[in-house]
Design a protein around this ligand. Structure first.
Ligand code: SF4
Length: 196
């Protein structure tokens, strides 16, 4: 048996960290996945269609999940400032509080304690995803910090409130607090000007 096959067998068993039959703290696994994604996505990807893409479901099923999370007070929707027809989904303080008991935290802790370091594991996973994307003609969400469209905004002595970054894809300001969030419009740059 190859190491690659063994790795897949082990990965399938690790999936129990995010896939389960019964509800945990009142949410099904897909609802946890949705809440988790919306807490980690930037404002351009906190949409029902990006959520459907992340969870791997239809837009209609994602909308039902959003409705259930809204009914429980974990999510709220608002219209986008740039396009009033677009909806942005925000995790509420109640949702943030629930995420403190996210069942996937055990997996995060296990990865953080890897002897060879979490960075190596993350980089290997990113390489795997990029290969899968190329074969399936799809695109995964990744972190704004490493995106080819991110550029540092020129500092302006006239205004201290000027944003530190801009997105050349959306032609919008990006706050420093947003560059470590997920985006589905991400395009990887070859050399990273921004450190880990
Ligand atoms: S710079 Fe890239 S990752 Fe960041 S918001 Fe723009 S498209 Fe998304």
């Amino acid at each position: 048996m190859t190491a690659a096959q063994e790795a897949v067998d082990l990965l399938i068993q690790a999936a129990g960290s995010w896939q389960f039959d019964d509800a945990f703290n009142g949410l099904r696994d897909r609802e946890w996945m949705a809440l988790r994604f919306l807490a980690r996505a930037n404002r351009f990807s906190r949409t029902p269609s990006a959520l459907a893409q992340f969870v791997g479901t239809t837009r209609a099923t994602a909308s039902q999940t959003v409705k259930r999370l809204e009914d429980k007070g974990y999510l709220q929707r608002r219209n986008s400032d740039q396009d009033k027809r677009s909806v942005i989904l925000d995790v509420t303080p109640r949702g943030e509080k629930l995420l403190l008991s996210d069942p996937i935290t055990q997996l995060v802790d296990a990865i953080a304690s890897l002897e060879r370091g979490a960075n190596n594991f993350r980089d290997s996973l990113r390489q795997i995803l990029e290969q899968l994307d190329a074969r399936r003609d799809r695109h995964h969400a990744d972190f704004c910090r490493k995106c080819i469209f991110l550029s540092e905004a020129a500092s302006s002595p006239a205004s201290r409130r000027r944003p530190e970054y801009t997105c050349r894809f959306f032609r919008a300001n990006v706050d420093a607090s947003e560059i470590d969030l997920l985006c589905f419009n991400f395009e990887r740059r070859e050399s990273g000007a921004f450190p880990d």
